[in-house]
Design a protein around this ligand. Structure first.
Ligand code: SF4
Length: 263
């Protein structure tokens, strides 16, 4: 729980998942629990697509040493479960050997049994700019490293795409920037793009909202007033802002022939 990548916009800051993202701890018995659970599900023939990486990244630096994600993937393989991994890290390349085997033998749930790949990998980006990323995602591998990893994994035949989230108001949401981002994702073989708005919670010093406002004040003071206005009394940008930005991106994706759903 928690996440060493420590992105400034991370919604788990101050939440039940972690007081501070980089103050993380390891669930050392995770693979035992996964083993028990999947053994039971497989016995009952309950099939599912399993998801890794929703409120933490499965490929933080410490994973190099612990190999906890690798152990969990081996259990998925043993019980033939397909997997969807969301990550910001090229460390996932280390586990290509297991992912290949999962892709060969996993059993898909009945309602999506025609899906071509049993391994889906979504790389998460808030920007394609390495310099900006070093500021807002200080400990995560750079976008350029993620793009290389995405290319490699797509060439393996896995279903690979992008989560463009969060979209950061006044930082990465202009049309030229979005257009360039989609071009680059496509060039690196992303076959889909899903998107999400920035969400900022809480009002205490550890909360994602206050941390993000402080970050903007220190680094991009010229947009602070507008950002605060957008989040005044709410946790998401206004519905109008969200509708506008979604429409823009969906149009860009249509023009460039990139799907905006995973399947
Ligand atoms: S990679 Fe995801 S979970 Fe980790 S700090 Fe960044 S936004 Fe939070």
């Amino acid at each position: 729980m928690g996440c060493s990548f420590n992105c400034v916009y991370c919604y788990i800051n101050g939440s039940k998942y972690a007081k501070e993202t980089n103050n993380y701890y390891v669930k050392s018995n995770a693979s035992d629990l996964v083993y028990k659970k999947l053994k039971k599900l497989a016995k009952n023939q309950e099939r599912a697509f399993l998801n890794l990486g929703s409120a933490s990244d499965s490929y933080m630096e410490i994973e190099k040493e612990l190999e906890l994600t690798r152990d969990i993937l081996k259990i998925f393989l043993r019980f033939k479960y397909p997997v969807h991994i969301i990550t910001k890290s090229d460390l996932i390349l280390r586990d290509i050997d297991i992912l290949r085997k999962i892709n060969e033998i996993a059993i898909l749930p009945e309602d999506i049994k025609n899906l071509k790949s049993k391994v889906c990998i979504t790389f998460s980006f808030s920007t394609i700019d390495d310099e900006l990323a070093s500021l807002i995602e200080p400990n995560a591998p750079l976008p350029s490293q993620r793009l290389n990893a995405m290319n490699k994994l797509a060439s393996e035949g896995f279903h690979v795409g992008v989560a463009l989230m969060p979209i950061l108001p006044y930082l990465n949401d202009d049309i030229e920037n979005l257009d360039n981002a989609v071009k680059l994702f496509k060039k690196n073989n992303a076959s889909y793009l899903i998107l999400g708005a920035l969400s900022l919670f809480g009002n205490n010093d550890n909360s994602s909202k206050i941390k993000y406002f402080n970050f903007i004040e220190n680094n991009f003071p010229e947009i602070l007033v507008n950002v605060k206005k957008l989040f005044y009394n709410r946790e998401y940008p206004s519905q109008k802002y969200q509708n506008d930005i979604y429409r823009k991106i969906v149009n860009i994706c249509k023009k460039q022939d990139v799907k905006t759903t995973m399947i």
